[in-house]
Write a protein that binds this ligand. Structure first.
Ligand SMILES: C[S@@+](CC[C@H](N)C(=O)[O-])C[C@H]1O[C@@H](n2cnc3c(N)ncnc32)[C@H](O)[C@@H]1O
Length: 242
């Protein structure tokens, strides 16, 4: 949260785009946000984040199940601060445009948006980085085969900045939160579980088995206590200008 630490959240109406585990929602509430709309399309995530929220902030947070492309319950120009912490890597390019468009509609003039996310894995490389890249390539391949969409997209900070500028935001800062992103085996195992689940949906059994086998082989090459570094994580802050 280092870059966001500089933003005075006290008294602001905020919107956390993509609740996930609720880390940013909890942070915004603790920092004194007047109201946080915490939005996810996944009810389990909302329930989990709700359980983690200290009861003293209960009146300051509204957990809402909705698609970020369509926030009809919010009027134009109602939000002071929008946060999207690790959201956009799970969103396809068309969806990302539509989400940013909707977030622009509800943002007040001079509102801030903070986007924290991954640069492409090639933005930081070691001789072991290729293992992470290969695993994610398989994860995207099985997702394409199962659902017709990638599951992970790495948008370079320049791409995110360009999209926001197109929608009339002025990019104020782009900084690195992590100059090398650590991938521990435990985290990579979670991605293997996703691959396993997606493989069940693929009609071609041989292909699914082959892809799963390749993913397991990659994981087998990672030591139990090894951390592989690949990519960087950026924090981009932009201001709405009308
Ligand atoms: C990786 S999590 C974000 C982590 C979270 N921001 C945090 O700080 O802990 C991504 C979240 O975005 C949600 N999401 C993805 N696409 C969405 C969409 N179109 N509308 C609403 N939520 C979406 C997912 O369901 C998930 O809850």
């Amino acid at each position: 949260m280092s870059v966001m630490d500089e933003i005075n959240v006290k008294g602001l109406v905020c919107l956390e785009a993509g609740t996930g585990a609720g880390n940013t929602t909890l942070w915004l509430a603790k920092k004194g946000a007047k109201l946080v709309y915490s939005i996810s399309n996944n009810q389990e995530h909302l329930d989990y984040a709700f359980k983690r929220l200290s009861k003293k902030y209960i009146k300051n947070v509204k957990f809402i199940k909705a698609d970020l492309q369509k926030l009809d319950f919010l009027e134009e120009e109602t939000i002071d601060l929008i946060t999207a912490h690790m959201l956009i890597n799970v969103v396809t390019p068309v969806d990302l445009f539509l989400i940013f468009k909707e977030l622009t509609r509800i943002a007040k003039n001079k509102a801030l948006i903070v986007v924290n996310d991954y640069n492409p894995l090639s933005s930081y490389q070691t001789e072991r980085s290729h293992l992470v890249e290969e695993l994610f390539r398989i994860e995207n391949a099985v997702s394409y085969l199962a659902n017709g969409e990638p599951i992970l997209v790495w948008y370079p900070s320049e791409y995110t900045a360009g999209l926001l500028e197109l929608l009339e935001w002025k990019v104020e800062t782009i900084e690195l939160l992590y100059d090398k992103t650590p991938w521990e085996k435990e985290l990579l195992k979670e991605h293997l579980e996703v691959i396993e689940e997606e493989c069940k949906k693929i009609n071609n059994e041989n292909l699914a088995e082959n892809l799963l086998h390749q993913a397991i082989e990659i994981l087998n090459q990672v030591g139990e206590s090894e951390t592989i570094y690949a990519g960087t994580i950026y924090s981009l802050i932009a201001k709405r200008k009308k």
